[in-house]
Design a protein around this ligand. Structure first.
Ligand code: ZN
Length: 64
């Protein structure tokens, strides 16, 4: 008797909780919206640490 359906599971990258991999899970690979937002938040804050080229007014050529 094998009435058990195979359920594909995955681990939430944020909280490492077991996530059932189904089309109903719109937050995959995360377990919830909270974890999805947390991951997005950390990604955004990481980007803030990357220094971009500084633009100085003196670098701009102004024809007067
Ligand atoms: Zn999670």
């Amino acid at each position: 008797m094998s009435a058990v359906k195979f359920q594909r599971t995955s681990k939430c990258p944020e909280c490492k909780k077991k996530v059932i991999w189904s089309i109903d899970n719109i937050y995959k690979p995360f377990c919830s919206k909270r974890c999805q937002l947390l991951d997005l938040g950390s990604w955004v804050s990481e980007r803030h640490f990357i220094p971009g080229p500084e633009l100085n007014d003196s670098d701009l050529e102004v024809d007067d």
